[in-house]
Design a protein around this ligand. Structure first.
Ligand SMILES: Nc1ncnc2c1ncn2[C@@H]1O[C@H](COP(=O)(O)OP(=O)(O)OP(=O)(O)O)[C@@H](O)[C@H]1O
Length: 947
């Protein structure tokens, strides 16, 4: 490699310009003016032959010693200047080409490149800038509008192809009108050619100007597109911000919703608590209201009852007085009634033993057997009974009552009823039936369900009277009696009503030994004795009585021979006869007024001891048969009954309980005393009440009650106010909840609105940008078409000119034509070279690994060169740089959002070395190809613009 090297500047410390040297390039076609700051030598070393002298001078016209010669084989002079940043920007540099025909005045330099990096051979911007050398041989370079600190380190100057000057004395021009050849001098010919050349050059210049204008317009369009992209980027950033805000809002809304949930939960709990408290309070209030009402009612009643109480006291006192009078009168009347009744009893008979004779009807067997009736009832109403003892003899018996078979149970009991009253008056009474077997003793005493006997009717009447006298007497009726438990088979039962009595009687009757004999199918083989104890207390007088009522159904008194009894039956009959004979003895003793009455001869008499004779009243039913078959038994029974009726027992005595009477008297006295004391206390109470009412109304019981009521009312009011407060709190809580719900709803609405706005804005912006891009593309197309059409027109014109020139067959025009063709070819070659070089560089830069130092450096130099290509696109560079240093968070967010790739974004991501590329690792083949294609397209566009 043959490198020519020399220093172009003297080493002067005061000189602001750095040293530079011209070095012959790697190819023989170029000479590089290389920076050589390290070389202190100011001497210019020219090792090659005959370089054209080149003067570089600054604005102060200070000549910079330089010089280089040109080679014969090249038309290029390459000069590098390293002026260093600001000084270069502010200074004007002139380059003077001295003493060479190639750079004489009017010479056109086809290429004038300024290099930014030493040895890079990369033009800065002014590619294909055509520079004319002035008449004085100077080339003026002016660096204006450079911002920052660019480093210009080289200038490449290529000379245009030299037009050989044809040496001739005379030339001819053909007239267009007459085709005559006109002789012109060489000077004139030169002038014509010059004019033609000028004309073409002017046209070329015009085209160049137009092209520059188009380039400028495209540049502006590019700028506007960039600005639009910037705006789009801004909008995206805003969108990101909005999304971020929306997310923040969402989070806030979520938090608020969570808070709201918590508040709702706590509200529900509070609500439940308060509801429970309220219901509790309501219950309490209800109870208190009830109490209040009750107290009020009581208070009113108290207040109202005071005068009524006084009235009542007065009324009660009057009633007590009346009652006392009535008591006295009643006692008097009762005494009179008893006296009269006893008098009646006495008038009926002197004796307390009454004997009623009852005759049963003839039985079916007797009638069928044809037994005659021997009983005469003609004077039965007067108590006389006749017995036909023979065909003409008749024996008459006198009794208290005589009942024929026609008399029913009611008639019989009507006569027995006064004795029942006597029991209640305190007398012992004994009613018993005596007679031959089968004569109707059981029928009279017990009766049947349809025909109740004396027992049932007596008890019925007793309960009825007890009920009637319940207000004045306290009657207690008992079956059986104390002291009789030794009697076998006796049953004692407390009875409350006649039904219970009847049940007991039935039980007794059923348990009674029943047998059959030839007289009675259901003959009673034992006595049935019903004893009723009656305790009576006169509530008026306090007199108490204990009396007994014996109702006795004796066993049959048949003769043993008559019944043909045997074995056990004989024993029974003997016992019954024994008891009956004992009873007869008693009756006889009573009748004869014997001092010794043989009560203990049998259990029967022992039981009836206190109810037979003495102070008691006795009623005996003597039952007889009307049949002539039973005549002797009938006469025997009637004789016995007559003997009993003849006994004079004297007046009966009431069985008054004196101890009870005494007790009652004491109690009465006590009660009277209590009554007196109560009356006294009542009187005192009335007095005190009157005094209290008159003295201090507010201090009375009523006042206390009133105060109590007031207190209760106060408590009620307090609880009501508490209840109201709790209700208000509940209301406030519900209002707060509603407010928060509304805020949440408003926030949600706002978020939705923002989202819709963002979407609309995105849509409108994207549509707008797409429209703008389309417009720009259309404009670009139109301009390209225009330029194409212009160039086509120019080509046509050139062709026409060529054709004309051909027609003229002028060697000069042929030369000119050739020159133009050469220029075009060269231009094409350069374009192709440039395109190929750029494509190669891009491909190298992209495909080669980033760790490859050279490629990386080339690529970086390329990236550095690009901003300078767009001279005034520093803002764009800044924007791109900004984009490159954009925070990763936004890029990540965008990546997360997975937005569809846009034009600007695609361009940005396609750029090698960007953060996206670094982040996403090695590029895929597809992406590399797409990037290469994009670079090629961009370069093509550049070319189109530059054209
Ligand atoms: N007044 C009357 N009217 C109708 N029938 C009667 C009358 N008196 C008794 N009889 C009937 O005569 C029969 C015998 O009566 P009841 O059994 O009462 O006799 P008794 O004296 O109790 O006999 P005994 O001593 O053997 O028990 C019964 O069938 C009864 O219905």
């Amino acid at each position: 490699m043959d490198n020519s090297h020399f220093n172009a500047f003297p080493q002067n410390p005061e000189t602001p310009l750095p040293d530079f040297s011209i070095t012959r390039g790697f190819d023989s076609e170029k000479y590089d003016l290389a920076l050589n700051q390290d070389n202190p030598s100011s001497a210019m070393e020219v090792e090659e032959e005959s370089f054209a002298d080149l003067m570089l001078c600054d604005s102060s016209s200070r000549l910079i010693p330089s010089g280089f010669s040109k080679t014969n084989c090249t038309d290029e002079i390459v000069m590098f200047i390293n002026a260093g940043g600001e000084t270069l920007c502010e200074a004007d540099y002139s380059m003077k080409l001295l003493g060479d025909t190639y750079f004489e005045g009017g010479t056109v330099l086809s290429d004038f490149d300024i290099f930014s990096v030493v040895g890079a051979n990369k033009p800065l911007q002014v590619v294909d800038l055509r520079v004319s050398v002035k008449e004085d041989g100077l080339i003026a370079l002016r660096f204006e509008g450079i911002i920052g600190s660019p480093m210009v380190c080289g200038i490449c100057v290529r000379k245009a192809k030299n037009i050989p000057v044809t040496q001739g004395s005379q030339e001819y021009l053909k007239c267009n009108n007459c085709a005559a050849e006109i002789e012109v001098s060489s000077a004139q010919m030169k002038l014509v050619r010059t004019k033609a050349t000028d004309k073409y050059e002017k046209k070329i210049q015009e085209l160049t100007t137009q092209c520059q204008l188009k380039t400028h317009e495209c540049h502006e369009a590019w700028m506007s597109l960039t600005a639009a992209n910037e705006q789009l980027e801004k909008v995206r950033m805003e969108l990101d911000n909005k999304i971020f805000k929306t997310r923040t809002l969402d989070e806030t809304v979520g938090k608020q919703a969570e808070n709201l949930k918590n508040i709702t939960c706590s509200y529900d709990q509070h609500k439940k608590h308060w509801e429970a408290a309220i219901s509790n309070l309501q219950e309490k209030i209800k109870i208190m209201k009830k109490e209040h009402a009750q107290l009020s009612h009581e208070a009113h009643a108290c207040a109202e009852s005071i005068p009524e109480l006084t009235k009542m006291v007065t009324g009660v006192q009057a009633l007590v007085v009346q009652c006392e009078d009535l008591k006295i009168k009643y006692s008097e009347e009762q005494a009179k009634r008893k006296e009269l009744y006893n008098q009646i009893q006495d008038t009926k008979g002197k004796s307390n033993i009454r004997v009623f004779c009852r005759c049963r009807p003839l039985s079916k067997e007797e009638i069928s057997a044809g037994f005659a009736q021997v009983v005469d009832f003609g004077a039965a109403k007067d108590g006389d009974l006749g017995i036909l003892t023979g065909a003409s003899t008749k024996k008459t018996f006198k009794f208290d009552r005589v009942y024929s078979p026609k008399d029913n149970q009611v008639d019989v009991f009507a006569d027995a009823f006064p004795l029942v009253t006597s029991v209640l008056d305190g007398y012992n009474v004994c009613i018993f039936a005596y007679g031959q077997t089968g004569t109707g003793k059981t029928f009279t005493m017990e009766g049947t369900d349809q025909n109740r006997g004396v027992n049932y009717r007596t008890l019925e009447e007793l309960f009825q009277i007890a009920k009637e006298r319940s207000e004045s007497f306290k009657l207690e009726i008992k079956q059986s009696a104390e002291g009789f438990h030794h009697a076998p088979g006796i049953v004692e039962a407390q009875v409350e009503n006649i039904k219970e009595v009847w049940n007991v009687l039935q039980i007794g009757s059923n348990s009674r030994a029943v047998g059959s004999n030839n007289v009675n199918e259901h003959s009673s083989r034992s006595h049935c004795m019903l004893c009723i104890m009656v305790k009576s207390k006169n509530l008026m007088t306090g007199e108490c009585t204990n009396s007994k009522l014996w109702l006795v159904d004796l066993a049959g008194s048949e003769r043993l021979a008559r019944t043909d009894a045997q074995g056990e039956r004989l024993k029974e009959a003997q016992n019954i006869n024994k008891s009956l004979s004992a009873l007869g003895d008693v009756v006889y003793a009573l009748a004869t007024k014997s001092n010794h009455i043989p009560y203990r001869n049998s259990k029967l008499t022992h039981l009836l001891q206190d109810s037979l004779g003495g102070d008691s009243k006795t009623l005996m039913f003597v039952q007889i048969s009307p049949s002539e078959r039973d005549l002797s038994e009938t006469l025997s029974s009637l004789n016995f009954a007559t003997r009993v009726r003849g006994v004079e027992l004297g007046p009966a005595k009431r069985q008054v309980d004196m101890s009870e009477l005494q007790k009652m008297k004491t109690m009465l006295e006590k009660a009277r005393q209590e009554s007196r004391s109560k009356d006294e206390s009542l009187r005192k109470l009335e007095e005190s009440l009157q005094n209290l009412e008159s003295k201090a109304r507010g201090k009375t019981k009523f006042t206390k009650q009133h105060e109590k009521i007031k207190e209760v009312e106060g408590q009620l009011e307090l609880k009501t106010s508490m209840h109201n407060q709790s209700e208000q709190q509940v209301l406030q809580l519900s209002y707060r909840l509603k407010g928060k719900e509304e805020i949440c709803a408003a926030l949600l609405l706002k978020a939705k609105e923002l989202e819709t706005k963002l979407k609309e804005r995105q849509q409108s912006d994207s549509a707008c940008y797409q429209q703008k891009v389309k417009d720009l593309e259309n404009k670009l197309k139109e301009q390209v078409q225009e330029s194409d059409s212009n160039s086509l027109a120019l080509q046509l014109k050139i062709k026409e000119l060529e054709r004309k020139l051909k027609e003229q067959e002028n060697p000069e025009s042929i030369l000119l034509h050739q020159k133009i063709k050469e220029l075009e070819d060269r231009l094409k070659e350069q374009e192709q070279q440039l395109q190929c070089a750029l494509a190669r560089d891009f491909v190298d830069a992209i495909v080669t690994s980033p760790s490859d130092g050279k490629c990386k450096r080339d690529y970086e130099s390329m990236n550095e060169a690009e901003p300078h290509i767009l001279r005034s696109s520093n803002s764009l560079v800044a924007v791109k740089n900004n984009n490159m240093v954009k925070p990763a968070s936004l890029a990540d967010k965008r990546a997360r959002k997975s937005d569809p790739p846009k034009v600007a974004r695609g361009a940005k991501t396609a750029k090698p070395g960007s953060i996206d590329a670094q982040v996403h690792g090695p590029l895929t083949h597809k992406r590399v190809v797409s990037r290469v294609q994009a670079a090629m397209e961009r370069e093509n566009k550049k070319k189109i613009w530059s054209r």
